[in-house]
Design a protein around this ligand. Structure first.
Ligand code: ADP
Length: 190
């Protein structure tokens, strides 16, 4: 098969914006077109089981859970032409070089991840990935307070807005996340 040039596509947005849905949609279409697909995700996210990417509306696709981006190259099959990576915000910055090299070799890389964390600040290596990508899709959810476009992820701890300095993992606390617009996104700064 003639190898065309590779490309990097980033799908970003808040929680519930449909990133996983869109990743799964693109991945399935590639498979229908007889592309050989491998899907990766960080193993810390075991929301619906470690061997799948799942969207909040229930669609799933098989995935390989990895702890470091270098494992993508180690697990890569010679026949693979398309790579999908979900929850990319949880990978360290080495993910940028890994996907750059794979795109250089002619692979199509589809990467989904949160553009901002619960504080509304850039998340992990997502800014770098967005810069080197050929294509960036920024999705939106619907603000649960006002119904406008939501661009942020609201963290609520025991029903109240999270504090800026809260640890990423809160032991024993009940935390939930909501999609909210800029105006209704609240972070308590102590
Ligand atoms: P992401 O990967 O960005 O978190 P998913 O693809 O997992 O998003 O889920 C998107 C789905 O989440 C939507 O199709 C819808 O069913 C559901 N959803 C839940 N809350 C909201 C919301 N506030 N706005 C839009 N969709 C929502």
């Amino acid at each position: 098969m003639i190898h065309h040039s590779g490309r990097i596509e980033v799908i970003c947005g808040s929680m519930f914006s449909g990133k996983s849905e869109e990743l799964i949609r693109r991945a399935r279409r590639a498979v229908i077109a007889r592309q050989v697909l491998q899907v990766f995700k960080p193993s810390i996210d075991d929301r619906y089981g470690v061997e799948q990417v799942s969207s909040h509306d229930g669609t799933t696709i098989q995935a390989q859970a990895i702890t470091s981006p270098v494992e993508i190259e180690q697990l890569l099959k010679p026949e693979t032409t398309v790579i999908a990576i979900d929850e990319a915000q949880f990978f360290d910055s080495s993910v940028v070089q890994v996907v750059q090299e794979l795109a250089q070799r002619g692979l199509r890389i589809i990467i989904a991840g949160l553009d901002t964390d619960f504080r509304g600040e850039p998340f992990g290596a997502m800014p770098q990935l967005m810069c080197v990508a050929e294509e960036v899709t920024k999705l939106h959810a619907i603000c649960v307070v006002c119904g406008e476009q939501a661009c942020r992820t609201q963290r609520l701890v025991n029903g109240a807005p999270a504090h800026y300095n809260d640890p990423i993992i809160l032991v024993g606390a009940h935390e939930v996340y909501e999609a909210r617009c800029r105006m209704h996104h609240v972070v308590i700064r102590d």
